[in-house]
Ligand binder design. Structure first.
Ligand SMILES: *Cc1c(COP(=O)(O)O)cnc(C)c1O
Length: 463
């Protein structure tokens, strides 16, 4: 499998190099040159397989020749062995039509563990014996940071610099990052928003001087390997609800469009998906883009679902390029200059064939949390509740099962859950005594100079 950039001007790379590179050198995102597909029989054969075995079958077409099937199986066994549930991503029934896919049984209680536990192992495997040193630079609205830090803490040859917007992540989220005291972990609270943090990271990747001195890579969902790992649970859930004979719909609480793009990839690979429901909070650029074609940024409004407080969704570029069937360098450069663009008719029609979208405000989110608790005995976090609210409002035939992706454990957002339901979810024992542990992080202004100087002092340059 070879990978090409959405902007068409970066070298084609194999899986190893795409994993280590993160962003493409032309500012675009890497996508497979063509989509592999599973036949109906191959999808039917997934029924009854373990999560690890499903993962091997779904991901194998993407990783050759850099990983053998046995190597991939070994990495998946290690990565998913760290989950606290034997099903890894269990499905829970809510009513006759609605289901929750619980993606939060990993070490840091959010779905990002599903991809990042594997990514940490891929980095280690691909670096082993090369003498290379990797400098991971990431921006987090809360959950990527802790999941990435857990995945690489203490690993040889890797330093991680994680930027989070100061005061805009929950206390549990912050402590999950800042109490990891391994010397290769560097937490930075920037005086700005998540979008500022993400823009700084992009600027570092695009800076020839900085990217020349350090082998920088991304753990945000611009890294292809992350999306690949997330394709697996769409198959895992759908075959349990009747695929390939019956189509299944998914509702996905969305920020950077990574998780829901993985659903699009599953559909491209042949999984019968009736609808992908993109659920946003009041930061609704994706809902506006999908419903009216207007992709224009506003200002970020902080909400109880901070991992979705995003105006620029980096992975949307992958969808736009796929729907255009051509590089989208001009369209994206226009967007970056004007902070606004219109989807083409081909992009709008292509998206409308699979996607629906909805904007869920605080009242609808709280209502979904209460409904989940009183009607199905499930305690949902704010992000998952936004997904469920959109799922329940969607216009779908009654015989199509709707799976809401539950992206975080409710304990990560205990205050918001308590406000809606009156119940304060306890932090699971496996996370340990977060509130007792010492924290370590530095506060920096949101400027390119301040951040790059900080990293240059601490990272290991290329050989
Ligand atoms: C990251 C995150 C999201 C958004 O996922 P994207 O892939 O960025 O769309 C939703 N919910 C939670 C809890 C998250 O951590």
């Amino acid at each position: 499998m070879r990978y090409q950039s959405t902007r068409g001007a970066a070298p084609l790379l194999g899986f190893r190099d795409v994993t280590l590179a993160g962003l493409a050198s032309d500012g675009g995102l890497y996508v497979p040159e063509s989509w592999p597909s599973l036949t109906r029989e191959q999808i039917a054969d997934l029924a009854g397989l373990s999560y690890v075995e499903t993962a091997v079958r779904v991901m194998l077409p993407f990783v050759g020749p850099d990983l053998s099937e046995d190597e991939l199986r070994d990495l998946c066994t290690q990565a998913y062995g760290r989950f606290s549930h034997a099903a890894v991503t269990p499905l829970v029934q809510l009513d006759h039509q609605h289901w929750l896919l619980e993606l939060f049984h990993g070490p840091t209680l959010a779905f990002k563990d599903v991809a990042l536990q594997l990514l940490g192992l891929l980095f280690e495997k691909f670096l082993a014996g090369s003498g290379d040193h990797l400098t991971i630079v990431g921006a987090t609205s809360g959950d990527t940071g802790s999941a990435a830090i857990d995945a690489v803490a203490g690993r040889a040859g890797i330093d991680i610099f994680m930027l989070h917007p100061k005061g805009r992540v929950s206390e549990v989220q912050r402590r999950q990052m800042t109490t990891v005291l391994a010397p290769n972990v560097h937490n930075i609270a920037i005086e700005g928003s998540f979008d500022d943090a993400q823009a700084l990271v992009k600027a570092m990747f695009n800076d020839a001087d900085f990217a020349g001195r350090f082998q920088v890579t991304a753990v945000n969902s611009i890294n292809w390997a992350r999306l690949m790992a997330q394709v697996v649970y769409y198959f895992y859930a759908a075959v349990r609800l009747g695929a390939p004979d019956k189509p299944v719909a998914f509702a996905v609480p969305t920020g950077n469009f990574g998780d829901v793009f993985a659903g699009y990839v599953a559909a491209k690979m042949g999984l019968p998906i009736a609808r992908l429901i993109v659920a946003t909070n009041v930061n609704d650029i994706l809902h506006r883009a999908l419903s009216t074609g207007d992709y224009s940024t506003g200002t970020v409004t902080p909400t109880a679902a901070p991992s979705m407080d995003i105006q620029v969704s980096s992975n949307f570029e992958r969808l736009l390029a796929d729907l255009a069937g051509a590089p989208v360098a001009d369209q994206m450069r226009g967007f970056e200059a004007a902070r606004a663009m219109q989807l083409t008719n081909a992009q709008r029609d292509g998206a409308a064939a699979l996607f629906a979208s909805d904007r869920i405000d605080a009242d609808a989110m709280n209502e979904a949390m209460r409904w989940g608790f009183t009607q199905a005995g499930e305690v949902l976090d704010p992000h998952s509740a936004i997904g469920l609210a959109a799922a329940r409002r969607a216009d779908l035939p009654a015989d199509v099962p709707v799976v809401t992706l539950a992206t975080a454990h409710s304990a990560k957002f205990a205050e918001a859950v308590e406000r809606a339901t009156g119940l304060r979810p306890p932090v699971p024992a496996r996370v340990g005594d977060l509130h007792e542990r010492q924290e370590r992080y530095d506060v920096l202004p949101a400027t390119f100079e301040a951040i790059t100087a900080y990293i240059a002092e601490r990272a290991t340059p290329r050989q």
